[in-house]
Design a protein around this ligand. Structure first.
Ligand code: NAD
Ligand code: ZN
Length: 252
């Protein structure tokens, strides 16, 4: 695999426009659970017999906020209890060295920010877990960790409405600004796309890969498992993000 890593590193070094796509697998190396695939929490169903896509959905937050929050709180506690790893740091370093390197992340843990990725070139397509805000009056509440110690769902101090995180739940719309930025950058095109730790379950994650391949660019996947992307990319590095990313960077 080392030879292939060196070849990919060469292509990245020669490229100007690079897109790194990240998913839960990158943060799995920080100890956070993923949803699907290797180390997946919800390859089956939740304790309530629901698929995770139903428990963590916009309609569920309205219908049964305590149930939805049970799973939001699991993610929240995991995020607060861990930190960015060498993979996040390698991506941040790559972005510093390459001013045309963009990051599209599905992760809501905030670790790319913590690792020092330049936020003007980070597209958080599923939002972030904090700060919470009130669904009724809009008040912002910075105390995620305090709320997680109390009965769920967390309530607004001002009006007792249900608080929620600024994340995109299943069946909710993507943030317009993030989508606009993504498509503006896709129109300019990328020479290399590097997909890291994602099962690529969403069309807007697969599309940059398809477009880049069609335009003759190089697409690379880093994932110990095979995914829907594996057949679409030119190179599949079947290893952990934590091992492969720092190795890749060491050649650039
Ligand atoms: P996913 O759970 O569907 O898939 C994770 C992928 O990572 C799998 O293909 C798995 O094989 C791979 N993987 C596991 N360990 C890895 C490692 N060490 N290195 C590289 N790859 C590894 O995750 P997804 O595709 O990101 O989509 C799930 C949704 O869940 C997203 O909407 C995301 O917002 C949300 N989510 C976020 C977090 C987080 O913020 N850290 C955690 C769980 C879920
Ligand atoms: Zn309120």
């Amino acid at each position: 695999m080392d030879e292939v890593i060196a070849r990919v590193a060469q292509a990245i070094a020669a490229a100007e426009r690079i897109l790194v796509i990240t998913g839960a697998g990158l943060s799995a190396d920080s100890g956070l659970p993923t949803y699907r695939g290797l180390g997946g929490l919800y390859n089956g169903h939740t304790a309530e017999g629901l698929p995770i896509e139903a428990a963590l959905s916009g309609p569920m937050l309205q219908r049964d906020p305590a149930l939805c929050w049970k799973y939001l709180a699991e993610l929240g506690k995991a995020c607060l209890g861990a930190q960015a790893n060498a993979g996040h740091h390698a991506i941040a370093e790559l972005q510093r060295r390459k001013p045309g390197c963009w990051l599209l992340t599905q992760n809501i843990d905030g670790y790319h920010r913590a690792a020092g990725s330049p936020m003007e070139r980070v597209i958080e397509i599923h939002g972030e877990l904090a700060p919470l805000y009130c669904q009724s009056c809009g008040a912002v509440d910075p105390e995620l960790s305090e709320h997680l110690k109390r009965p769920l769902p967390p309530r607004c101090r001002q009006c007792a409405g249900v608080l929620r995180p600024p994340v995109v739940l299943f069946e909710e719309m993507l943030p317009e600004q993030a989508i606009a930025r993504l498509y503006a950058e896709l129109r300019q095109g990328f020479e290399v796309v590097l997909s890291v730790g994602t099962s690529a379950s969403f069309p807007y994650i697969v599309e940059p890969v398809l477009r880049t391949r069609q335009a003759g660019g190089l697409c690379v996947e880093i994932n110990p498992d095979s995914t829907d992307l594996s057949a679409l990319v030119e190179v599949h590095l079947a290893g952990r993000a934590l091992d492969v990313l720092p190795k890749l960077l060491s050649h650039i």
